[in-house]
Design a protein around this ligand. Structure first.
Ligand SMILES: [Fe+2]
Ligand SMILES: [Fe+2]
Length: 319
C-alpha cells in the first residue's frame, strides 16, 4: 500500500509565525510508523462507525446495532495499524516525555487565527478537495452548537477544540496526536478499542501499572490522572487560563471515549469530574456528527468568530 503522508500547503503559509523549513521536514517523513492513516479523518470516520448517531442506528434497516459495533473486524487496515502503534507506544514514560517536551509551551507565539491557519497547512494527499477540512470541521462543529442556542463559550470551544492537532506539524506521529485517549499507569479497560494490542505495551508487564488503580488513588480526580498523549491535553494547557471549567473539560477529554462513551474508570473520578461529565457528553455529538458536505461561508462568519475569540483570548498565546 502506498504511504500517505502529511503534506504541507505552501500557499497556506501566510503567517510570519510559521516556519516553512520545520514544516518541510514533517512533509518528507514517510516512515509508516509515523503516518499509518491516510489522513487524520480516518480515525474520526472510524469513531463514527463505532459510535453511530442514535438516529442512524434506529432508521437503517440494513444495519443492526450489533453490526455497527463490530468495528474491530470491519476497521480498515490503516486504522488497525494506527491503533496497534498507539497502544504499543503510549507508555507511562512516553507520556511523561511528551509532557516535558511540549507543555512548557515554548515552541510558538501565535494568535488563535494563526494557529488555525497553521493547522490548515495540514492537508491530505488522498483528497484534493480537503484543503480546508480542518477548519471546516471546526466551523461546522461551532455553527451547530450556535444554532442550538448554546452559550458563547461553548461555541468557541467547538471552534478551537482540535487546534492541538498542530502537534502533527511539529513532526509528531499520528498515534501521538489523535486516537481515543486512556489512562496510563493503571490497568487498561477492556472497553478501549483493540484491547489486545496492549499486550505489546511494556507497561502491561510492569507490576506498578497493572492493578486496577495502578499508581493512582481511588477517587483522585482526572486532573491527577495521566492520559495517553495527544491533541486534547496539549490544547488544554494552551487555553487553561482563558476558558471556563466546562469548556476546559470538553477540550481536555473529548477523545477520552472510554470515559464519556463507555462509562469506564469511574473509580478515578472525583466530584468535579462527575459534575462536568454532562458537558463532555454534550460536546461529543457536535464533534462526531456535524460533518456535512455543506461548506461554511468563512467570510460571512469571520466577524462573529473574531469577536468571540477576542472576548476570551489575548492577541497572542503560547504554544
Ligand atoms: Fe479532537
Ligand atoms: Fe473534532
Amino acid at each position: 500500500m502506498p504511504q500517505k503522508k502529511t503534506r504541507v500547503n505552501p500557499s497556506a503559509l501566510k503567517s510570519k509565525a510559521i516556519e516553512p523549513l520545520k514544516l518541510m521536514s514533517t512533509a518528507h517523513d514517510t516512515k509508516s510508523s509515523h503516518s499509518p492513516l491516510a489522513n487524520l479523518e480516518e480515525w474520526e470516520d472510524f469513531l463514527k462507525t463505532r459510535y453511530p448517531a442514535p438516529s442512524l442506528v434506529g432508521t437503517n434497516p440494513d444495519k443492526k446495532q450489533e453490526q455497527f459495533r463490530d468495528y474491530e473486524n470491519t476497521a480498515r487496515p490503516t486504522v488497525r495499524e494506527f491503533y496497534r502503534l498507539n497502544h504499543r507506544h503510549q507508555t507511562f514514560d512516553f507520556v511523561q516525555e511528551k509532557r516535558r517536551e511540549f507543555l512548557g509551551l515554548q515552541r510558538r507565539r501565535m494568535s488563535i487565527w494563526e494557529a488555525m491557519e497553521f493547522l490548515n497547512t495540514l492537508i491530505d494527499d488522498s483528497d484534493p478537495d480537503t484543503d480546508l477540512s480542518q477548519m471546516e470541521h471546526l466551523l461546522q462543529t461551532a455553527e451547530q452548537i450556535r444554532k442550538d442556542g448554546h452559550p458563547r463559550w461553548f461555541i468557541l470551544t467547538g471552534f478551537i477544540h482540535d487546534l492541538g492537532k498542530i502537534l502533527c506539524l511539529f513532526g509528531e506521529p499520528q498515534w501521538a496526536v489523535v486516537g481515543d485517549t486512556f489512562p496510563v499507569g493503571a490497568a487498561y479497560s477492556d472497553k478501549i478499542v483493540f484491547p489486545k494490542f496492549f499486550a505489546d505495551n511494556p507497561d502491561s508487564q510492569n507490576p506498578r501499572f497493572t492493578s486496577r488503580l495502578g499508581i493512582y488513588e481511588e477517587g483522585c480526580g482526572l486532573d491527577n490522572v495521566q492520559l495517553s498523549w495527544g491533541h486534547d491535553e496539549y490544547l488544554y494547557h494552551v487555553t487553561k487560563d482563558y476558558l471556563p471549567k466546562e469548556a476546559l473539560y470538553m477540550i481536555r477529554y473529548h477523545s477520552f471515549y472510554p470515559w464519556h462513551r463507555e462509562g469506564e474508570y469511574s473509580y478515578l473520578l472525583n466530584d468535579q469530574d462527575r459534575e462536568m461529565f454532562k458537558w463532555v457528553r454534550a460536546f461529543n455529538p457536535y464533534d462526531l456528527y456535524t460533518k456535512s458536505a455543506e461548506r461554511p461561508n468563512f467570510k460571512e462568519l469571520r466577524p462573529f468568530y473574531d469577536d468571540l475569540i477576542n472576548e476570551y483570548f489575548p492577541p497572542v498565546l503560547k504554544w
